[in-house]
Design a protein around this ligand. Structure first.
Ligand SMILES: [Zn+2]
Length: 305
């Protein structure tokens, strides 16, 4: 990463940062977050607008109704946090933010979690992955330990690990899910809700996918227990390499990750994959996408773990 990655004015000047966020969130001008109206007045305070609708008349800023609302952090700090979150290849951490910004660790933790939340996509309204002639790979993996087994001797198997189910459209988007356990009903539910039936489904030989696989145009498997990883174009290598990027990133950058936050870390890695350079996105596009993803989301917790 270049040393002068924070050279632009919106990393140093609050006014410049406000204008940068306004341009990112409202390219056509301010929109009232309460009623959606574009009619507004400027107030005496720069950056504070008043809704022009009689029934509404609410005051708002670029932070209102986003993950930034009610934060005491400066907009320049938010700008740096969004930039680091969107431009670092393997993830960024509260520690890194704390060092780069010279702010209190609690502030950095706060910024980090809110930027991750901004990167998280809504669950139910997403269009299904795949489609006619497309391949979707599905696989499950295990990461970290569940807190209740901490300090106890580990049982053989994966029962003490956190389970993750991952789906990836080849050449397209990834979607991962933290589940209580890699059990059949979680797998079936996620696969049914997130993959278009016209797709070809690629998995390993795991029994988890046998039944649900019948719903797809094809269900093709590679037999990992026989060391078969690729057969023609049948493989789960895309989702497996995604999992390994996630695990490397989590080991290298994140010291601790409470189970309740795992979905948010996954969302951060999903976001970077889905806005990756090979799909034509640069750091700025990705940063703006993250800022816009922060709309309509407010976090309620306040305690660093
Ligand atoms: Zn309004």
């Amino acid at each position: 990463m270049a040393r002068n990655q924070f050279a632009e004015p919106h990393f140093h000047d609050e006014e410049a940062a406000r204008k940068w966020f306004e341009a990112a969130r409202w390219p056509e001008g301010p929109i009232c977050p309460t009623c959606g109206s574009v009619r507004h007045y400027a107030t005496k305070k720069p950056g504070r607008y008043r809704c022009g609708e009689k029934e509404c008349r609410r005051d708002f800023t670029v932070m209102t109704g986003t993950v930034m609302e009610r934060s005491h952090a400066k907009l320049t700090q938010w700008a740096a946090a969004f930039h680091l979150g969107a431009s670092s290849k393997k993830g960024f951490s509260a520690h890194q933010l704390h060092r780069e910004l010279g702010c209190a660790y609690n502030t950095a933790w706060f910024l980090h979690h809110r930027v991750m939340e901004a990167m998280r996509r809504g669950g139910l309204d997403l269009p299904p992955l795949g489609g006619q002639g497309k391949v979707v790979e599905a696989d499950e993996t295990y990461f970290g330990n569940k807190p209740e087994t901490k300090g106890r001797p580990k049982k053989p198997g994966f029962g003490h690990k956190r389970a993750i189910i991952g789906l990836v459209e080849r050449g397209g988007e990834v979607r991962t899910f933290h589940v209580p356990a890699a059990h059949l009903h979680f797998v079936v539910d996620i696969v049914e809700k997130n993959i278009a039936r016209e797709s070809r489904l690629h998995t390993d030989e795991s029994k988890l996918y046998h039944w649900v696989g019948k719903q797809f145009a094809a269900h093709e498997t590679v037999t990992h227990s026989d060391y078969e990883y690729v057969r023609g174009d049948v493989t789960t290598n895309t989702i497996e390499s995604y999992f390994s990027v996630f695990k490397r990133g989590m080991r290298g950058v994140y010291q601790h990750c409470a189970e309740k936050h795992l979905h948010r870390y996954l969302a951060e890695f999903d976001f970077r994959h889905n806005y990756r350079a090979s799909l034509g996105y640069n750091d700025t596009d990705r940063t703006i996408a993250a800022v816009r993803g922060g709309e309509g989301k407010r976090l309620t917790y306040h305690q660093p773990h």
